[in-house]
Design a binder for this molecule. Structure first.
Ligand SMILES: Cc1ncc(COP(=O)(O)O)c(C=O)c1O
Length: 395
């Protein structure tokens, strides 16, 4: 049977990360590939009690719910954001099935075929997948360690008249980078001057390693209704609950809610009610401190091992939060080809090329340090360095 798929299917790609995860889950491979949180840190008892309470005390948790999300949860989200300077009423919040759905719904209501979106290069792979599925054109803006380079950004805004600038400015996936305050402010200025919407994707903002270093979200600096901000409980509670949210200009949120009706009616009611109980009965901020401390320690282990590597041309930035090291290898190393050898040796990573919008260099990789205990990080890095050194010698 020849199936008559829609045209747009041509623009759908499988995620390189998901494909890799399928392979490595089969063997005895130490994986630095996925962006997975540490399972041993999951607040199992609190989640268990929260779900139990949701199911046994309130039948609404088993019922169809409002598309915008459970009111009590939106109130709590508004409170938590306000504590960080992002002040918005609960009516401007849409609860979503993870931040991933927020990206998709936003794209659905905003983009026509051929619309331009500006992003960093590299950027979050699964956002690129969404943007491409809506047949948009994603254009890369040059950036350095502090964020997008403003001259290049302005030039591209003028040249391409983008509809949106998509950014992951805090402990980014894949680079671990944090935008400076100045770049955040200047991005807002440019967006205001040229009337462009900013989409701020912030799943890692709470995972900073040093308390004082937490920069304000771009949305919290916005005075002109320019920013859509999304975050998630995937990294701070458990990803399986699939609870994220998006907040921003009411007009956009309202239309996104209509699109959500057509997609899934509403986000899982049990998860939402359970999350309300969890946020009320459990000290999530203390829990986040534990996650930060554990990830910080693991980051330091991986950093020490990277520091010890004597491969000329190896570069990386030490992340101030989040989950990833972004590593550049000598130019002659092709990390996609290297991956097979690495997996044979029992270690995996994500080759960097799939995170690029254009001109992907072949010599980058993303290493996750949150999902392996220190002893496994030691062993995995030993295996990885051996594979790289061998390849470099024979290159
Ligand atoms: C930058 C970025 N945005 C969005 C997401 C999606 O998160 P969620 O689990 O909330 O859908 C992720 C997940 O890793 C991410 O790294």
């Amino acid at each position: 049977m020849k199936y008559g798929f829609a045209e747009r299917v041509r623009f759908m790609k499988s995620s390189a990360v998901r494909d890799i995860l399928k392979v490595i889950n089969q063997g005895n491979v130490i994986s630095f590939a996925g962006g997975l949180p540490e399972e041993n840190l999951f607040p199992v008892e609190a989640v268990d009690q929260a779900f139990h309470k949701a199911v046994t005390t309130n039948r609404k948790s088993l019922q169809y719910g409002e598309t915008e999300g459970v009111a009590a949860l939106r109130d709590l989200l508004a409170e938590r954001m306000a504590a960080k300077g992002l002040v918005r009423p609960p009516e401007d919040i849409l609860v979503t099935s993870g931040s991933q759905q927020a990206i998709d719904l936003f794209s659905r209501v905003m983009f026509n075929k051929g619309d331009i979106i500006l992003t960093e290069n590299p950027t979050y792979l699964a956002a690129l997948q969404v943007f491409e599925s809506y047949e948009t054109n994603v254009i890369a803006v040059d950036s350095d360690d502090d964020g997008m380079i403003l001259a290049d950004l302005e030039e591209k805004i003028i040249k391409y008249k983008p509809k949106c600038i998509y950014v992951v400015p805090t402990y980014s996936n894949p680079t671990g980078k944090v935008w400076s305050l100045e770049r955040r402010e200047k991005l807002l200025e440019l967006a205001n001057q040229y009337h462009v919407v900013i989409f701020e994707d912030d799943p890692y903002g709470e995972l900073q390693f040093v308390e004082e270093e937490a920069p304000p979200s771009i949305a919290s600096l916005d005075k002109n209704d320019l920013v859509l901000y999304t975050s998630t409980f995937s990294k701070t509670v458990v990803p399986a609950m699939r609870i994220g949210w998006i907040v921003g200009p009411h007009q956009i949120i309202r239309i996104m809610a209509q699109a959500k009706q057509a997609t899934d009616l509403h986000t899982n009611s049990i998860s939402q009610h359970a999350l309300v109980h969890l946020l009320q009965d459990f000290d999530i901020d203390k829990h986040i401190q534990t996650i930060r401390q554990t990830y910080y320690e693991r980051m330091l282990v991986m950093k020490r091992l990277l520091d010890e590597v004597s491969i000329e041309g190896l570069e990386y930035m030490v992340p101030k939060g989040g989950m990833f090291f972004w590593v550049k290898l000598p130019e002659q190393v092709n990390t996609t080809k290297l991956l097979n050898k690495a997996v044979e040796q029992g270690v995996a990573y994500v080759p960097g090329d799939s995170f690029y919008v254009s001109n992907p260099p072949q010599n980058t990789m993303r290493l996750n340090f949150t999902n392996s205990e220190p002893a496994l990080i030691e062993e995995g890095m030993k295996r990885l360095v051996k594979v790289i050194e061998e390849l470099n010698i024979h290159a």
